[in-house]
Design a protein around this ligand. Structure first.
Ligand code: ATP
Ligand code: MG
Length: 575
């Protein structure tokens, strides 16, 4: 049984409570939310929270959620980002209403509304330079100075705005500003710019426009066009809400949308800013937006994180108005939990140590008469391989596989110590016997070392009476995994640590100083055939080692490549 705390229980965060009240008061016909990414990069862990919230609420309240690209800044935006954002939302398990929408799809309407504001005396064209506009905004303690154009006539403003649209102004030579209050304590209300000149092609509208609406103007009005009931965004937009309300009020909607702010997701050792993540990609510090170390959805997917794990994580984090930093281990906990009963098991030796079984032929010749009834196997005489049939999962039906057992095996280097530390439970000269998972009890008879004293090979025997049976007259403690040397497949296994060594990488001015030099280690491992012959994207539990995924890009049966998803366990427990 899943112990998912929020799965079935009603979620009770402050936003859902507001919506529940609105539903009970029958304020709206239907709840409509939206997820509004700017297509200027790939989505990251922070967006996962926003996606789960917006799409989750729509689902729970029988409403719909729109996917809207807030594409008001064509310089930074690309079709590739749009395609990947769609892919990421679907992968997380959500579907938007109808077609994806674009703020740029409303440019005609937004332009008309800008003209309406001018006609109402609520907007004017300002010819000051960007520097002058900034200087004249004033400061926290000091009111701003009105622009010389603030009281231009409506006719003159209409003409100037038409000139802006017609391309008669260079960038920075004219802007359209809302006429609100140059003395407002809220800087966002000091006549904010709502349209600017940009002689720039747009990925959706081509060269149709050389003026573009500002995000703060496009956003509330796009919400209004779409009939969004609850516009959910992060806390830094709280100061923008008065302008949001001003815009929808001035244009005049019967049932205007409302903005509600929640705390953004922050996770330790993680960076959630498209701009900064782009720097890592552009500088080649990571292999791409989907590098498995990246906190992007594409990276986490390639790493092997599951949509279920990410959604569970967001449920556990919840939605509040208080900023906090979430423990990274909670994310790993949720992912690990989602893998436990969904991944097949297999044996992979990450740091191979050769073991030669000196009595292999003798012992295996009697396997059929000595094995326990529970053992299902066959012996290939010609190849000298004992094929052991084993279930892929101990208690979930995931089919079976055959594991080859041969004269020469690999075990992990860490499973044999000449001088074991106290409490060591695996192999050593003092404790030469151990159970090999799924097969015989093995006894080491000799270790071979290189010139530096490192163990490079073990010679051992197996006890023929222990195929599925306990050994006679003694207790053998411990079980280790192994892989056949001749039938196993060499594989690249990538082990990961945090990409950043500091808790808050965003606080470090030079991102290079925040990087963990050990974030990626490539191991030359050997895996059992069933793991090698898997499809790219298949997740496994490597026995005793952790959860791994066959890399979506580079894995093949001949050259298997696995990424570590998460370790098997951690002492961390969520509160
Ligand atoms: P970035 O700085 O990474 O570009 P952003 O907020 O500018 O982030 P948008 O594409 O504009 O990115 O964001 C789309 C939605 O995702 C917005 O509603 C935004 O509030 C939300 N969002 C972005 N980052 C987080 C976060 N860390 N936690 C929760 N929601 C977030
Ligand atoms: Mg942004």
């Amino acid at each position: 049984m899943s112990e998912h705390p929020n799965n079935h229980a009603q979620k009770n965060d402050f936003i859902r409570n507001i919506i529940r009240d609105d539903v009970n008061a029958q304020k709206y016909q239907q709840i409509v939310t939206r997820f509004p990414p700017e297509p200027n990069g790939y989505l990251h862990l922070g967006h996962v929270k926003s996606i789960c919230l917006n799409f989750g609420i729509a689902k729970e309240f029988g409403g719909v959620c729109n996917l809207r690209f807030d594409d008001t800044n064509p310089t930074a935006e690309k079709q590739d980002y749009i395609d990947n954002i769609k892919n990421d939302v679907r992968w997380l398990g959500f579907e938007w209403a109808d077609e994806a929408r674009y703020a740029s799809g409303y440019f005609d309407q937004l332009h008309e509304w800008a003209v309406q504001l001018i006609k109402q005396g609520d907007a004017y064209v300002d010819l000051q330079s960007p520097e002058q506009i900034r200087d004249n905004r004033g400061s926290f303690n000091e009111a701003g100075k009105p622009s010389p154009q603030r009281d231009t006539s409506v006719e003159e403003n209409l003409k100037l705005f038409a000139d802006m649209k017609a391309g008669k102004f260079a960038e920075g030579k004219a802007v359209l500003r809302a006429k609100i209050d140059m003395a407002s304590p809220n800087m966002n209300m000091r006549d904010p710019v709502i349209y600017r000149v940009m002689h720039q092609e747009h990925h959706q509208t081509g060269d149709k426009w050389c003026i573009y609406p500002m995000y703060d103007f496009a956003h509330p009005l796009s919400d209004a066009v779409e009939g969004i009931t609850h516009s959910l965004c992060t806390l830094e937009f709280e100061d923008h809400r008065p302008f949001y309300d001003w815009a929808v009020e001035k244009i005049g909607f019967d049932l205007p949308p409302h903005q509600y702010e929640f705390a953004r997701l922050n996770v330790d050792h993680t960076m959630t800013s498209k701009r900064k993540l782009k720097q890592l990609v552009d500088e080649g510090i990571v292999s791409g937006w989907d590098d498995p170390r990246m906190p992007t959805i594409a990276g986490m997917r390639r790493r092997g994180y599951t949509p279920e794990g990410l959604r569970d994580f967001c449920d556990r984090v919840g939605v509040t108005k208080a900023d906090s930093v979430v423990d990274f281990r909670l994310l790993e906990f949720s992912v690990r939990q989602s893998l436990e009963s969904t991944t097949a098991r297999g044996m992979a030796v990450l740091k191979p140590l050769k073991v030669t079984i000196t009595n292999f032929s003798d012992a295996v010749s009697s396997w059929e008469s000595q094995k326990a009834d529970s053992v299902n196997a066959r012996f290939d005489e010609a190849e000298q391989v004992l094929w052991l049939t084993q279930p892929n999962h101990p208690n979930v039906d995931m089919g079976e596989r055959e594991i080859p057992f041969t004269e020469i095996l690999y075990i992990d280097q860490s499973d044999y110590e000449i001088q074991p530390p106290a409490g060591y439970k695996r192999l050593s000269p003092e404790k030469p016997e151990i159970r090999l998972r799924n097969t015989y009890v093995l006894a080491v008879t000799e270790h071979v070392t290189d010139d530096n004293g490192n163990v490079i090979e073990l010679k051992a025997t197996i006890d023929p009476a222990t195929l599925g049976n306990n050994p006679e007259g003694r207790k053998v403690k411990g079980v280790i995994h192994w892989v056949s040397a001749s039938k196993g497949v060499p594989a690249t296994v990538r082990m990961y640590e945090q990409l950043f060594s500091v808790e808050d990488p965003s606080s470090v001015a030079d991102v290079h100083q925040a990087l963990n030099p050990n974030s990626l280690t490539e191991l030359h491992a050997v895996v059992e055939p069933s793991l090698a012959h898997s499809d790219a994207g298949t997740r496994f539990q490597f026995e005793r080692e952790g959860y791994f995924i066959a890399d979506s890009d580079e894995h093949s049966s001949d050259k298997p490549v696995f990424n570590q998803i998460v370790s098997l366990r951690d002492s961390y427990k969520p509160a």
